[in-house]
Design a protein around this ligand. Structure first.
Ligand code: IVH
Length: 674
């Protein structure tokens, strides 16, 4: 047998085992045997690099890490689903489908488990995986092609059991099995890395790695469940499309069922809820879809939700466990947050050992004592909470807990102002606060300094190399290279990231400063109101601030107090001296759309009415509900009727959704407005 033949055989064998494992869920060899075959192939390819093809199972990890993700605009938007929280709402969904279709007879549905992972789109051109993206805002997502290639369950080349169309867009959910998640977290803890909170976060975090080699080491899977654009191929029903997927090599959840009428939906909902904990992965509900594609079209889309589908959400999961202890965490604002240390317990397949108790009043209100048995619940992403104490199980030695009078980190006095629920350490120099402020400053939605996380900040503050946010820009490469687990190369990378962060926006900067009561949204309002000019903001007055819509007395006072503080002023001056600059802000008055009036009509598919309103208002224009001689533009989606006719009569300029977006985009190139 020639080498070429050997290679081709090995590839076929590997592909077949891969398919048996991920698509059929019926492997016939062990993981070790699979890995051995893969190594054999790697050996052969190493000696004959001319025989390597891009779809070879060895070619899942690309070479160099990326600097940033590009963006990809979806050909068809990735919609989201409205929720049904109980049986009644499921019946109401079925009734609205029947009404929309003007049918009395039972509807055919497909019912699917709703996986709690990350939605992605995979695009195949002429049978080969071309690129893939996250859902993003539904219209545009991030280009995560390199990372998706590392997921073994995603075919790089379509099987030709069914002839692949020229263009095929498939959507699905990337997720992790619970056991794989636990194993991965155990390994992370052993290596001194922070564990992920839950499989969903772990999947999302893994897919958002700029270095695909990291993603490759994460146990990601996928189940595919819907289609985007497909050329020269007509399906008449959703189940027919689902049946085609495995023939191309895509994994589809085997628990998906087809059935008729509302009773089927309700029954499926209850059966899945009962099985929820035995499933190998997390589900947070079920998804019901009208099966006929013609009926789906007829029902259409309302704002961003299809009228032909709904998510049936499960209730939060609850279990009981024991409070072994209560500890206090000190945040960046000095706030003391009590945290219950629990006897580890599995909730919905994930081990939980902490629950937030919020503050002293909450502890008193719920009367939570150390030693108590408590009912805790976890809902999706959020940190587990104590629902109530099972008082019947209270041991005689259960201990009442009071927050300490002194900060557990720095020993400074803690105070709780009249009328406030939060107790705070008043020492601005408290290491917990210092670390918290620096971590926040460097965080993703602030100055976004990649690699400047908790571990690094801890070390720098403890070694007294860093005591405030301005100090970040005064760090040297030699100082960083001298730290634990840090080489010359990583030190240089971090310095480069720090340098890069200097070009930012005023909104990010304001949020990063951590001014009390000023969140991300308020920071954007301030950026707009002060046209990106920090000096003007620093010299502002109470009256000027409260004249800004959405900014009230309390926030205005916090802002004034912050800038009046001499040590804050010193830090800001140092930051500016280090070369922090802000991108220009497009002022609504200077926008070509200023003063124009828009009317939106028809079923909008690319954005909702409220999103459209925000887009035009940001540019100094107005959205109105009715067409008149004062209307400048009518944006018409499918199904537009009388308003479109009236606009035509009046000779008003008519735009499609795409033309409108283009217009908005052209406006954007002038400045940095989102
Ligand atoms: S269908 C119009 N099917 O739930 C169809 N979504 O809010 C929209 N999801 O972003 C999606 N399992 O991340 C669909 N079997 C399933 C799903 C599913 C999980 C997620 C997906 C989507 C969100 C819907």
């Amino acid at each position: 047998m020639s080498v070429a033949e050997k290679i081709s055989r090995l590839r076929k064998t590997l592909l077949e085992h891969n398919r048996r494992y991920y698509v059929e869920d019926d492997p016939i060899i062990s993981d070790a045997e699979y890995d051995r075959l893969l190594r054999d192939l790697e050996e052969l390819e190493k000696r004959h690099p001319e025989l390597i093809t891009p779809d070879s199972p060895t070619q899942r990890v690309g070479a160099a890490p990326l600097k940033a993700f590009g963006s990809i605009t979806h050909r068809q938007p990735l919609l989201s689903l409205a929720n049904a929280m109980n049986e009644e709402e499921i019946y109401a969904f079925d009734a609205s489908v029947k009404k929309g279709l003007e049918l009395e007879t039972d509807i055919d549905y497909v019912a699917e488990p709703k996986l709690d992972g990350l939605a992605v789109e995979l695009v195949y051109e002429n049978g080969y995986f071309a690129y893939g993206s996250t859902r993003g805002d539904g219209t545009t997502g991030e280009d995560i092609t390199q990372n998706l290639r590392t997921i073994r369950a995603i075919p790089l080349k379509l099987r030709d059991d069914l002839t692949p169309p020229q263009l095929l867009e498939v959507r699905g959910e990337v997720f992790m099995n619970k056991v794989d998640f636990e194993k991965m977290n155990t390994r992370r803890l052993e290596r001194g890395e922070a564990p992920f909170a839950n499989p969903r976060n772990a999947s999302a975090g893994s897919l958002r790695q700029l270095d695909a080699r990291i993603t490759a080491g994460r146990p990601l899977r996928i189940y595919c469940y819907s289609k985007g654009h497909i050329t020269d191929m007509a399906f008449t029903s959703h189940h027919e499309f689902l049946a085609a997927l495995p023939r191309w090599g895509f994994p589809v959840n085997p628990l998906i069922e087809r059935g008729r009428g509302a009773e089927f939906l309700v029954d499926f909902f209850h059966r899945m809820e009962a099985r929820r904990n035995e499933l190998p992965y997390e589900i947070d509900g079920v998804v019901f879809k009208v099966d006929s594609l013609a009926q789906q079209d007829q029902l259409g889309v309302r704002s961003r939700n299809p009228r032909w589908a709904i998510a049936g959400k499960f209730k939060a999961q609850q279990v009981t466990t024991v409070v072994n202890d209560i500890e206090v965490q000190v945040g960046r604002t000095g706030a003391l947050t009590p945290v219950a240390k629990l006897a580890p317990v599995t909730v919905g397949g994930v081990v939980v050992s902490n629950a937030t108790l919020h503050n002293q009043d909450e502890i008193r209100r719920k009367d939570i004592r150390i030693g108590d048995t408590v009912l805790i619940q976890r809902a999706g992403d959020v940190i587990p909470e104590v629902v109530k104490v099972i008082t019947a199980k209270r041991p005689p030695n259960a201990k009442v807990y009071l927050l300490p009078d002194d900060c557990p980190v720095c020993g400074h006095r803690v105070s709780r102002p009249e009328g406030e629920v939060v107790a705070r350490c008043q020492n601005m120099a408290c290491p917990a606060q210092v670390k918290g402020r620096i971590e926040h400053f460097a965080a993703k939605n602030c100055l976004n300094i990649e690699g400047f996380g908790v571990k690094l900040v801890d070390q720098l503050v403890e070694k007294k190399l860093l005591s405030d946010v301005a100090g970040i820009y005064e760090l040297t490469r030699a100082q960083l290279a001298g730290l634990e687990r840090m080489g010359e190369k990583s030190a240089a990378n971090i310095i480069a990231e720090i340098e890069k962060s200097k070009k930012t926006t005023l909104a990010r900067f304001i949020f990063a400063l951590g001014i009390r009561n000023v969140g991300e949204h308020a920071a954007k309002l301030l950026e707009q109101a002060f046209s990106g000019d920090l000096d003007r903001l620093r010299r502002t007055s109470f009256d000027e601030l409260i004249a800004i819509p959405e900014i009230g007395d309390i926030m205005a006072q916090s802002i004034l107090d912050f800038f009046a503080d001499a040590s804050n002023a010193g830090i800001i001056d140092r930051l500016l001296a280090q070369g922090i600059t802000f991108k220009a802000v497009l002022k609504p008055e200077s926008s070509a759309l200023a003063g124009k009036t828009f009317v939106f009509t028809g079923s909008l598919e690319k954005f909702s009415r409220s999103e459209a309103k925000v887009m035009v208002e940001k540019r100094g224009a107005r959205a109105s509900g009715s067409v008149s001689s004062k209307t400048d533009y009518l944006v018409a989606g499918p199904g537009a009727g009388s308003k479109l006719a009236r606009a035509r009569e009046l000779g008003i300029r008519i735009l499609s959704e795409a033309e409108f977006l283009q217009m908005i985009k052209n406006q954007m190139s002038e400045g940095a407005m989102p």
